[in-house]
Write a protein that binds this ligand. Structure first.
Ligand code: S3P
Length: 174
């Protein structure tokens, strides 16, 4: 089906609050893969929080750091990669991930996303006077990119474990 692709990794893409990190950790456990989160990698590399990078250097600087990380990921094997919500909105990032990873998108409704993120404060893009509207807008802008994933999994009615089991099933079928 994916001739020419060597799917040695698994990448989870999707909006903030769709459970990429929690499901991703479980998937890594189930597959006996390493787990890596692009935001964590950026924070470790720079010694700064994502919020601080956005505040002091702006979103464009953060996106440049994301692109550097994506290029490096091509050297990984047996890794579950959880990506920042905006990372696949750059088509080069998405294309690069697809060369080595099965790209799985976790999808949730704006309402469910809001429920999941409303008590968290570390996401600069949601520091907005109307975060619910911001979620709807960003989700609409990004949907065309998220839809380019190899697999789309709805997470609204599923626990992290159920999502992880679905992801593993899809990976094993490739
Ligand atoms: C972002 C999502 C965040 C983080 C940054 C920007 C986005 O990651 O990369 O705050 O543009 O959607 P999560 O999806 O892990 O929250």
């Amino acid at each position: 089906m994916h001739s020419g692709r060597h799917l040695v990794n698994l990448a989870l893409i999707g909006f903030m609050g769709t459970g990429k990190t929690s499901a991703g950790r479980l998937v890594a456990e189930l597959l006996h893969f390493d787990f890596l989160d692009t935001d964590d990698l950026i924070q470790t590399r720079t010694g700064r929080t994502i919020a601080d990078i956005f505040a002091k250097n702006g979103e464009a600087a953060f996106r440049a750091l994301e692109r550097d990380v994506v290029v490096e990921l091509a050297g990984r094997t047996k890794t579950v990669i959880s990506t920042g919500g905006g990372l696949p909105a750059n088509l080069e990032n998405l294309a690069s991930l697809k060369t080595h990873a099965l790209v799985v998108c976790l999808w949730a409704s704006p309402e469910r996303i809001w429920e999941r993120v409303r008590n968290q404060s570390h996401r600069p893009l949601l520091h907005d006077p109307d975060p619910q509207q911001k979620i709807r807008e960003l989700l609409e802008q990004r949907a065309p990119f998220y839809r380019q994933a190899d697999v789309l999994i709805r997470t609204d009615e599923r626990s992290a474990r159920e999502v992880a089991q679905q992801v593993v099933l899809q990976f094993k079928q490739r």
